[in-house]
Design a binder for this molecule. Structure first.
Ligand code: NFE
Ligand code: MG
Length: 522
């Protein structure tokens, strides 16, 4: 007999995601992921000064606003014809703001969003040590205040009591580390969320010796945390839950637009980036070039008016809430009609296949520790390991890049505002490949489309019947207890989904757009 599991909303992610799975004989036969909110940020830009995009599009999300600011700035660089003239200071400042945001986002994800799937916080109830932070957690639990740790699924917590306590202590420490990383964004970004200094033509923050020292000191503390806490904790969880190297593979095809500019080639498909651009398929592990003309979004299963697959320059955002057969506010992005996973795993796989020695060394060392083949990376634990490895590499790079800033030299290149043109901004947000496309006429925005990481990963089934990556990851998974579907939520959270980003499309009238079911079966 088939059982339907509904988790709505999935907690400890950003935004409102619903998952449904049809389970037969303990195995998922069909799965659906649904973005359950409508926004409309793209439409807000129409008719406005194009430069507003680098400010307004950041309001898509409070976790990765720098990514949207930078994707918009890249698109505007091309629109205004300054894409080959960004100064070194401008390029480096953008990398520093974006990189610090990667670090905060990855720490947030592992500890505050994902860890409670693996860590049993009730192990703190009989804590007898002297750490004041731990005593606070113990007192908190003793008073019956278990939120945000419960409600939760029960039955599969495998760490020892000591490991659980260590992990809870690190959960608390990570809150402070995340604040520190936010502060690092603000050194050159002005504020976080929603930085003020990434603009078309470069950046507006003036590098100074005191800011460089402040940024460096914050990164020193963050790299220490990553080395001594974050990486060891990921390995600790991986040891106890090593079966999750074999769960949640998904489509095994990956896309990275590349991130952290090393030059200012006007063509974003040729620009040298620290993490490279490319497409890699698990079947042959070959690096393929990205042709942005092959990117489309289709809406056959989305609550949008359907005119077939459209390239983002021609993309539309016309809501149709009553559309038959639709089940998500996410669109379905495709590359040459194919489903691709995006995110830290995609970036690390691309860098690995492109021959990045540092990535190869770190990935091989993790695989060696578990005596696993590279295909084990296509999994729940592969995504967590890739994110942690990337966090380490990025934080270290930021310490050297900040020393390349030249106080007193320009950060910004001016341009002519009255344009009839278009522009594409491709790079990587923490959660994966991000593209913004703008069309302007007479100095005003005529069309604007954002194709966003979680839309790639959490998008619904397309017209060819291909489920999205997250849906594919759930199909075929064994679920031991339909009332406690750990496997499914662990798979979903391994993608670090952000539905605010994915739908980026709020009713201002306070209408009831959906009702939530919290729990296992429905
Ligand atoms: Ni709202 Fe975002 C990132 C972007 S995810 S967090 O990272 O773009 O779709
Ligand atoms: Mg969009």
């Amino acid at each position: 007999m088939a059982t339907k599991i509904v988790v709505d909303p999935v907690s400890r992610i950003e935004g409102h995601l619903k998952i449904e799975a049809m389970v037969e004989n303990g195995v998922v036969k069909e799965a659906k992921s649904s973005g359950m909110m409508y926004r409309g940020l793209e439409n807000i830009l129409l008719g406005r000064d194009p430069r507003d995009a680098a400010r307004i599009m950041q309001r898509i999300c409070g976790v990765c606003p720098t990514s949207h600011g930078l994707a918009a700035a890249f698109a505007l660089d091309e629109l205004y014809g300054v894409n080959g003239n960004i100064t070194d200071n401008g390029r480096i400042l953008r990398n520093l703001i974006q990189g610090a945001n990667f670090v905060q986002s990855h720490i947030l994800h592992f500890y505050q969003l994902a860890a409670l799937d693996y860590v049993d916080v009730t192990a703190m109830a009989d804590y007898s040590g002297s750490d004041p932070e731990m005593k606070k957690v113990k007192d908190f639990i003793a008073r019956g205040h278990l939120g945000p740790f419960v409600p939760r699924y029960e039955g599969d917590y495998r760490l020892t009591k000591e490991e659980n306590r260590t992990a809870v202590a690190h959960y608390v420490a990570a809150l402070n580390m995340r604040r520190l990383a936010h502060e690092a964004v603000t050194v050159f970004g002005g504020k976080m969320p929603h930085n003020m200094s990434i603009v078309a033509g470069g950046a507006t923050s003036a590098p100074s010796v005191d800011k460089i020292a402040s940024f460096l000191w914050k990164m020193e503390q963050l790299t220490d945390f990553i080395d001594t806490v974050y990486l060891p904790d990921v390995l600790m969880v991986a040891k106890r839950y090593s079966d999750y190297f074999g769960i949640g593979a998904g489509c095994k095809q990956f896309l990275s637009f590349g991130v952290f500019d090393l030059d200012t080639d006007p063509d974003l498909t040729k620009r040298q980036r620290h993490f490279p651009q490319g497409i890699v398929k698990g079947s042959d592990l070959k690096l393929r070039r990205v042709d942005p003309n092959k990117i489309t979004e289709e809406v056959q299963s989305s609550w949008f008016a359907d005119n077939g697959p459209l390239h983002p320059y021609d993309g539309q955002t016309v809501a149709d809430r009553d559309k038959a057969g639709a089940y998500s506010w996410c669109k379905s992005p495709r590359y040459d009609g194919e489903v691709l996973e995006v995110g830290p795993l995609a970036r690390m796989v691309t860098a690995y296949v492109a021959g990045d020695k540092e990535v190869k060394g770190m990935v091989d060392s993790v695989l060696g520790e578990f005596k696993a083949s590279p295909s084990a990376l296509f999994s729940v634990l592969g995504r967590h390991a890739a994110r942690a490895i990337e966090c380490k590499i990025v934080a270290e790079k930021l310490k050297s890049w900040v020393l390349q800033l030249k106080p007193g030299e320009p950060t910004f290149t001016d341009f002519n505002l009255d344009v009839t043109s278009r522009g594409m901004g491709l790079h990587e947000a923490p959660r994966g490949a991000l593209g913004h496309w703008i069309v302007a006429e007479g100095g005003k925005t005529k069309n604007y489309q954002a194709v966003v990481p979680t839309t790639w990963n959490a998008g619904p089934i397309d017209s060819k019947g291909q489920p999205g990556p997250m849906e594919q990851s759930m199909i075929g998974t064994k679920v031991r207890d339909a009332r406690n579907p750990f496997e499914l939520v662990r798979i979903v959270r391994s993608y670090d989904p952000c539905l605010s980003c994915a739908v980026h499309v709020v009713t201002p009238k306070g209408e009831d757009l959906g009702r939530f079911v919290v729990g296992g079966e429905a």
